[in-house]
Design a protein around this ligand. Structure first.
Ligand code: WT7
Length: 635
């Protein structure tokens, strides 16, 4: 018997054709195949992109943790669900079996209940990559609380904004986190954030670094003693198919971060289906995704997708550089990883280091390699293929978004022939198309345009928390009756897609989605700054880096520019986090603006990229003279 789920290109086309011609039958069959439902659905799909309203598996009842844990207890209770690899290579890894995971999730769920958390309440999770993070996520799902995981690299201000936006009642954090040689005071960040979060009633603190912290009387509790006293049985809350499972924030091109709301049944079915097929996962394989659970990649492809398949999923606490640049490859060898999923930015950084750090480790277990988060350049693709995959592990270049919940366009390993930089073909059930500027679909190949999706898929986000209008405006208004991704793409002769990057003001830096508006807001808070504009430009390792054009107030012009630059980046670090720091800052006297006062970022982008001529049409500018000035001042 072949170990592959979709076995060859022909089978892929067959499955794909069915998924498009009879989407409801297709998803009905997928949903029936491997899940436990407390009650079956009445209707597979009802949808309206105008409203927009999307309902999958309406009428069904389930709990996702029964599918991710309980369902596996009889047949494979003793097999490993999670391998925890600590930051310090000398610390013992933990192998958490499905049975053990069940106990830990139930205990945690009971602790949440004892804190007064009920179905529908929001819980903020701000934790490093330790087992408690996965357990906390699942414990929320167990009792129907909506988790909102905030990446533990975000600052206290960013954390507070997210806690308040969704009115979280409880925060789960740790005393601190390890990051290579450093420790980070997470509890201190939470304390700072909570000064402006009145709705938070309690804080649960996991002990990780054994630092001295203060617990606020009546609000903060050490987690472990509560877990010790809790029962290890907790009945799963019965959820409706469309009940929200979690909120995850992502940056938009303007305004506050958007709390994308994901549903229960559709999200489960889609992440499980795509995990199995995109990684050709088989029981007993060891799968490792290097992302943080604070991002959608971690939600869908460290926790839910793998566990719904009874997989063994690796959780790595540390960084690729500690104790040396060989750490990833050492872990692959140590745990005999079969599927390895990482970001192009990591590959580019690793490719710059000595090959000895790769060759001294045994990578022979690897079968499938993956990338996600941004376009991968050809050089990095070949390095990955030759040195890590040894030319015989297919690379899946997976395109998707926080909003899509799961992988959308990707090769199926051993079925879809890969070409560097191409995400290739849509997964079953996904109907992408390219639109021109007038909103007409571009048929035929080759073609290039704005990437849209014309039919719903089960894992799509259902709304933006508290702002359905914004959901409609952002995703369903640019092109009538289509979901607009915000990305540009081209399609070659054979129908393969290549994602070319964002067409809006979102910039992908090291695979992280950053909106320009919040960064500019942070810069503008500096007392010496009058106005600013941030754009992205190509960067060797990060893919894109940030370039800030900053106009100073008169008072600021006397200040030393080096100091100002430091202070501006400090502000950004405080307001958003170090990932949003500017790589380059140029002080200017003006910014190119349209007559209506809108900054022409297209021109600044050209300048940041290093162009000195042909920077595009400047005739509609209010102040074309500033363009030359900015170019001649640029170093
Ligand atoms: C944006 C979404 C999906 C999890 C991580 C990022 C870019 C993502 C690829 C890829 C080219 C990619 C897109 C997309 N992107 N994967 N394989 N090739 N670009 O999630 O933070 O929501 O960002 O990442 O621009 O729109 P996210």
């Amino acid at each position: 018997m072949s170990q592959y789920h979709i076995k060859n290109l022909e089978e892929y086309f067959q499955v794909y054709r069915k998924s498009v011609q009879q989407p409801e039958t297709f998803w009905h069959e997928v949903a029936e195949e491997q899940f436990v439902w407390r009650k079956p659905w009445d209707e597979v799909l009802s949808w309206d992109f105008e409203k927009p309203e999307l309902r999958w598996f309406e009428g069904a009842e389930l709990n996702i943790t029964e599918n991710c844990i309980d369902r596996h207890l009889t047949a494979q209770g003793d097999s490993t669900a999670i391998i925890f690899e600590p930051n310090d290579p000398d610390e013992e890894p933990q192998h958490i079996s499905y049975k053990e995971l069940h106990k830990r999730v139930c205990k945690f769920a009971n602790v949440l209940k004892a804190q007064g958390i009920k179905k529908g309440d929001r819980v903020c999770i701000y934790l490093p990559m330790i087992p408690e993070l996965a357990v906390a996520v699942l414990a929320c799902a167990r009792i129907g609380a909506i988790h909102s995981v905030v990446f533990a690299g975000f600052s206290s201000t960013a954390l507070a904004t997210r806690i308040n936006d969704s009115d979280c009642k409880l925060v789960i954090t740790s005393d601190g986190s390890f990051r290579g040689k450093k420790t980070i005071d997470l509890k201190g960040i939470v304390d700072e954030a909570l000064k402006s979060c009145e709705g938070v009633e309690s804080v649960l603190v996991a002990k990780r670094i054994n630092s001295e912290i203060t617990l606020k009387e009546g609000r903060d509790h050490w987690l472990q003693p509560l877990l010790d006293d809790a029962s290890d049985e907790c009945a799963a809350e019965i959820m409706k198919a469309e009940d929200p499972l979690f909120i995850l924030y992502t940056s938009g091109s303007t305004g506050n971060p958007k709390g994308m709301v994901h549903s229960t049944a559709g999200y489960m079915v889609y992440t499980a289906y795509t995990f199995k097929n995109v990684f050709q996962y088989n029981r007993g394989d060891v799968y490792w995704c290097t992302a943080d659970i604070g991002w959608i990649t971690g939600h869908s492809y460290i926790v839910y997708g793998p566990l719904a398949n009874g997989a063994t999923t690796v959780m790595f606490e540390g960084v690729p550089t500690y104790p040396d640049w060989g750490r990833f490859w050492q872990i692959v060898g140590k745990h005999k990883v079969n599927q390895f999923y990482t970001a192009p930015t990591a590959i580019r950084a690793l490719a710059k280091e000595s090959l000895d750090l790769v060759t001294k480790h045994d990578l022979s277990s690897l079968k499938v390699l993956g990338t996600v988060g941004e376009p991968i350049n050809e050089e990095a693709w070949h390095w990955y293929d030759e040195n890590i995959g040894k030319g015989n592990s297919p690379i899946v270049d997976t395109w998707w978004q926080t909003e899509t919940g799961g992988i959308m366009i990707s090769p199926i390993p051993f079925a879809t022939p890969t070409i560097p930089t191409f995400a290739t073909l849509p997964l079953p059930g996904i109907q992408p198309c390219l639109m021109d500027e007038e909103g007409k679909e571009i048929k035929g190949n080759p073609a290039s345009g704005r990437l849209c999706i014309k039919f719903p898929w089960p894992a799509m986000a259902r709304t933006i928390w508290g702002d359905h209008q914004r959901y409609k405006d952002t995703y369903f208004s640019t092109f009538k009756n289509h979901y607009f991704t915000g990305d540009g793409a081209l399609r070659d002769q054979t129908g393969y897609y290549r994602i070319t990057g964002r067409v809006d003001d979102v910039i992908i830096v090291s695979g992280h989605n950053l909106g320009t508006a919040p960064i500019e807001d942070a810069i503008n808070e500096h007392p010496a700054v009058a106005e600013s504009a941030v754009v992205g430009y190509p960067h060797d390792i990060k893919g894109n880096a940030l370039f800030g054009f900053v106009i100073l107030k008169e008072s600021g012009e006397e200040r030393k520019q080096e100091n100002l630059k430091k202070e501006i980046n400090q502000l950004i670090t405080e307001r958003i986090g170090p990932i949003a720091k500017l790589e380059r800052i140029q002080f200017t006297r003006g910014l190119p603006k349209t007559r209506s006062g809108k900054i022409m970022r297209r021109i600044l982008r050209k300048i940041a990229e290093g162009h000195t001529k042909d920077i595009g049409d400047t005739s509609t500018l209010l102040n074309p003279e500033v363009v030359d000035e900015i170019i001649s001042d640029k170093k």
